[in-house]
Design a binder for this molecule. Structure first.
Ligand SMILES: NC(=O)c1ccc[n+]([C@@H]2O[C@H](COP(=O)([O-])OP(=O)(O)OC[C@H]3O[C@@H](n4cnc5c(N)ncnc54)[C@H](O)[C@@H]3O)[C@@H](O)[C@H]2O)c1
Length: 344
């Protein structure tokens, strides 16, 4: 346990989200940013203002002799497990951006190494901190909706040529893995967090307008049963023209109905529950804004705080490694069906 000292972090991958991790670490008075690592020359990264040592490879970082406790893995998806295992072997705790890996087997290797080295793995699922997520978790845990009949997840975003650039990892099979991993794993995480595991999955997939941009589907309809009862569906697309439409969840239960919508499940649009009045919720934080496109909630400061609080023995990880693995495993089972489909 880290008692009186600040928690020391090093960030791997200084792109969009890596810089956000660095910023949130700098802003936290119980944290110190010790180093940043990427493979690009430093002058291409716009990180001078962090004013910390920079390394152009993870090997140089670990050979540097710098002391730190935590590595924030913010590299492309397909490198997450590899970087996590390297950092664990160097006796660091891990904060891993979503998804934890691109296969269940990779995630198992990370968990095995973490147990062997007695280190923590925190997965980044920051939408869990949004007020509607906190509220609906409480509603479900207290069984206010009774039996769950239907859960419908709709994820309709825009990702076009402004997002998928030539010679970038986004859109590739080995480093990106697919829209469910990169765009919509947050929402699959919320569904799993609320309702648990799924079975009897069926799916239809298509590539409408990303032939020149990605090597995978842009859209899908997926249906399944929940092991705990009820059935569900995920309808998703990145083919929405020009801007994000919504990421919403509709829950139909024995004693009530709820719809949480907005671009990233940030607003309760409908709540009608037997003998229950909806409390007033705090406004959700805005979406991460990347200029030409928008992502999920800007809640990364909560993640850094949770890492510090956990390492100081005050609480436990908001999203632990097993939960990170389950989201990957659910997507892997869905994609096993995609891989049987000939995309148009
Ligand atoms: N939680 C969220 O809301 C959220 C939002 C955006 C991205 N992400 C995740 O964060 C990760 C990064 O996404 P991004 O949008 O910042 O991508 P990005 O392309 O902007 O940044 C990735 C960085 O990693 C660097 N990199 C590549 N290989 C490396 C290596 N071997 N060692 C060190 N650095 C390496 C790249 O040069 C690049 O600077 C992805 O896994 C993505 O899914 C999460």
């Amino acid at each position: 346990m880290i008692v009186n000292e600040k928690v020391k972090f090093a960030v791997i991958g200084a792109g969009h989200i890596g810089k956000r991790h660095a910023e949130m670490i700098m802003r936290n008075e119980d944290a110190t940013l010790v180093a940043i690592t990427d493979i690009l020359p430093k002058e291409n990264l716009n990180i001078d203002h962090f004013n910390v040592p920079y390394f152009q490879s993870i090997e140089e970082l670990f050979a540097s002799g710098l002391e730190f406790d935590v590595v924030n893995v913010c590299s492309p998806n397909g490198l997450h497990a590899f970087h996590s295992i390297q950092a664990l072997e160097n006796r660091k705790h891990i904060v891993c951006e979503k998804p934890m890996g691109l296969s269940k087997a990779e995630c198992e290797q990370v968990i095995y190494k973490a147990l062997q080295m007695s280190k923590q793995v925190f997965c980044v699922m920051q939408n869990r901190y949004s007020p509607p997520s906190v509220w609906i978790k409480d509603v479900i845990e207290n069984k206010l909706l009774g039996d769950i009949y239907l859960v419908q997840l709709n994820c309709y975003w825009n990702r076009d040529e402004r997002y998928y650039k030539k010679n970038n990892w986004k859109g590739t099979a080995d480093l990106d893995g697919g829209t469910l991993f990169t765009q919509f794993s947050h929402f699959i995480d919320i569904m799993f967090w609320l309702f648990g595991d799924i079975k009897d999955i069926q799916g239809k997939f298509n590539d409408f307008n990303h032939h020149d941009l990605t090597t995978f589907e842009d859209s899908g309809f997926v249906t399944f049963d929940f092991i705990n009862g009820g059935m569900g569906s995920i309808n998703y697309s990145t083919s929405v023209w020009n801007q994000n439409l919504e990421s919403s969840i509709t829950i139909i239960g024995e004693k009530g109905t709820v719809k949480i919508g907005g671009q990233y499940m940030n607003e309760v649009e409908y709540c009608h529950i037997k003998d229950y009045s909806m409390p007033i919720l705090e406004a959700a934080n805005p979406a991460n804004d990347y200029g030409t496109y928008k992502g999920s909630a800007a809640n990364h400061h909560y993640i850094i705080q949770n890492v510090i609080d956990t390492l100081k023995g005050r609480t436990s990880a908001t999203t632990n490694a097993l939960e990170g693995l389950k989201v990957v495993e659910i997507i892997e089972r869905i994609y096993a069906l995609r891989n049987l489909t000939k995309l148009k």
